[in-house]
Structure formats: structure tokens, C-alpha cells
Design a protein around this ligand. Structure first.
Ligand SMILES: C[S@@+](CC[C@H](N)C(=O)[O-])C[C@H]1O[C@@H](n2cnc3c(N)ncnc32)[C@H](O)[C@@H]1O
Length: 290
């Protein structure tokens, strides 16, 4: 039956989607699904699993100064502050700072978290050359394809500081999306900004002057999408409303198992060369339209 028109049922989705295996992801043996996905409050697939991969790649040190960009409800902010002992500036556009501060206080790390609400394109009150790392989970495509913004972010890093992203992407760079990917509820605009790990690597190097240390498809990056569907379906009791609401995404995920493009996840980390001036002078200022 045509994927675009096959009626979706719980049984169909369970056959089509694979759960993540604990044998391949040790965090699944240590935490419940509820903890990994914070009771469904993470806004995109991966949850703690992606946060842990970023923390491992970055090897953050206690006391490091980190910007958590597009942090959503702040689970990643709390995770980095508690697990790594870093000081986090937590910036998000939609989610109020008060919600993230409350989450930090609940976790006992309010003194390590500065929560801000705003658009990164309007800048962030952080001195140039002052950050050890910028992390971004499931949000970089929203703003990070702009060349000037990448240069602005680089200007905020200390020499040797790192910018690391973990997020949904396509495995392949694709010019024309098949019709199945156009029939969405608005997300199609976002797909225009979805790119492969290799594309992000080139963008980091060419437009951010960063030395890329990691650019990879996350192992089981495609299964992260499928596991997320299974978790959210279970939470929703596989109601007709859930299947109706999520049908377009489920079909796109399943499409990728046998045809291009395939939705997966990537991790890309670039380092600011130590030869660049720490104060960021000579780098783009916020709002530079180039
Ligand atoms: C898909 S959500 C991911 C949130 C969170 N990192 C997570 O994984 O649950 C994308 C987030 O990016 C934020 N965002 C989008 N554009 C932004 C911008 N220009 N400046 C700051 N945050 C932005 C949104 O507010 C949203 O919370």
C-alpha cells in the first residue's frame, strides 16, 4: 500500500518504527524513558540522550561558561549545570525565562543558570571572547544557516572555545523534496534549513572560520525519530487524534528507511582557532547582514 495513503494504526506504526536498544545506548539502562524524554517535555527527539552525547563530545570542565542556545524548556541547561558543573546562560525565544529558572531551582542549580528570553538574531548580553562553549540542541537550523550569525557566535567564544550542535537533519543533501515532505503542517518551511552533517561542517569551516573536530551522523540517528514516535504514541494511548496529528511526520520518517531523503540526527562540533583575538574584534557584530 502507498505510504502516503496507508491508514495509520498503532499496529502499523509499531511494525514500521524501531525502539532504541539499551545494548547500543547505555543511558537507556540507567534512565527510564520518562526521564530521557522528561515526561514528553523535550520538544524534539533525543532528549537526554542527545544532551549526553554533546556533553561527552565537549568534555566540559566545572566552572566553564556555556551558552545553551534555543534551549526550549531548559532540560539541557539543567543537565549541563548538574552533570558538568558549568555556568549556563540559557537563551530561548518562545519559552519564558521564569520557567527555566524554576527548573534550575528544582534541580538545585539556580546559582549556575542565567535564564534569558529573546531572539539570538538580536544578540545576547555576553562579552565577546568570553564563552568556553555554545551548545544547541534541536534548534540550530532555526537561525544557524545565516553566515553573519555564525560569525557572531564565533566572536563570543574564547580562542579554543567550541560550538557544538546536535539535531535532526537529512542524511542526504537534497534539492527537491518529494511531495510527501511538502504535505506538512508548516514544518516544510523548516526542512529548507535541514542539512547533512557534511553541509554543517562546510558551513562551520567556511562561514564561521571554525576548525571542525566532529561532524557525524549520530549512531541510530534515524531510530531516534522512530523511538520518539513510539514514546509519544504510548503517552497518547495511540488515540486517533495522535495518529491524525502526527501522521505526516510518521510517514516521512518511515519513508526514509527505503528512500531519500532520510531523517536522522547529526552532531557537529567546531573549535575557534587559538590564533584569533580573544576579544572578538574583527568579527561580525550582531545584526551584520552579510
Ligand atoms: C525544536 S525546539 C528545541 C528545544 C529544545 N532544545 C529541546 O530539544 O527540547 C527549538 C527551540 O529553538 C528556539 N528558537 C527558535 N528560534 C530562535 C531564535 N531566533 N533565538 C533563540 N531561540 C530560538 C525556540 O524557542 C524553541 O524552543
Amino acid at each position: 500500500m502507498e505510504l502516503a495513503t496507508a491508514p495509520l494504526t498503532e499496529a502499523w506504526v509499531r511494525t514500521a518504527c524501531r525502539p532504541l536498544e539499551a545494548a547500543r545506548h547505555p543511558i537507556l539502562a540507567q534512565r527510564t524513558r520518562r526521564e530521557i524524554y522528561d515526561d514528553g517535555r523535550w520538544m524534539a527527539p533525543g532528549g537526554l540522550l542527545l544532551a549526553e552525547r554533546l556533553a561527552d563530545a565537549l568534555q566540559l570542565q566545572p566552572g566553564d561558561r556555556v551558552l545553551d542556545l534555543g534551549c526550549g524548556r531548559g532540560q539541557s541547561t539543567v543537565f549541563f549545570a548538574t552533570r558538568c558543573g558549568v555556568d549556563v546562560i540559557s537563551l530561548d525565544l518562545w519559552i519564558p525565562a521564569s520557567e527555566r529558572l524554576a527548573a534550575a531551582a528544582m534541580a538545585g542549580v539556580a546559582d549556575r543558570v542565567t535564564a534569558l528570553q529573546g531572539d539570538i538574531a538580536r544578540g545576547v548580553p555576553v562579552e565577546a571572547g568570553s564563552l568556553d562553549a555554545i551548545v544547541c540542541l534541536q534548534a540550530f537550523h532555526c537561525f544557524g544557516t545565516a553566515r553573519w550569525l555564525l560569525r557572531y557566535l564565533t566572536s563570543l567564544l574564547k580562542p579554543g572555545g567550541r560550538l557544538a550542535i546536535a539535531q535532526g537533519c537529512f542524511r542526504q543533501e537534497i534539492e527537491d523534496l518529494p511531495p510527501l515532505f511538502r504535505a506538512t503542517d508548516g514544518w516544510n518551511a523548516e526542512y529548507a534549513k535541514y542539512h547533512s552533517a557534511g553541509w554543517w561542517q562546510r558551513h562551520f569551516e567556511a562561514n564561521g572560520a571554525l576548525t571542525v573536530r566532529v561532524a557525524m551522523e549520530i549512531p541510530d540517528g534515524d531510530v531516534l525519530w522512530e523511538d520518539d514516535v513510539l514514546y509519544r504514541g504510548d503517552r497518547a494511548g495511540w488515540s486517533p487524534q495522535f495518529l491524525e496529528r502526527s501522521g505526516w511526520l510518521i510517514r516521512q520518517i518511515v519513508h526514509g528507511r527505503t528512500a531519500e531523503p532520510s531523517l536522522t540526527h547529526c552532531l557537529v562540533m567546531g573549535e575557534k582557532p587559538t590564533g584569533l583575538r580573544a576579544d572578538g574584534s574583527g568579527w561580525a557584530k550582531c545584526g551584520d547582514p552579510s
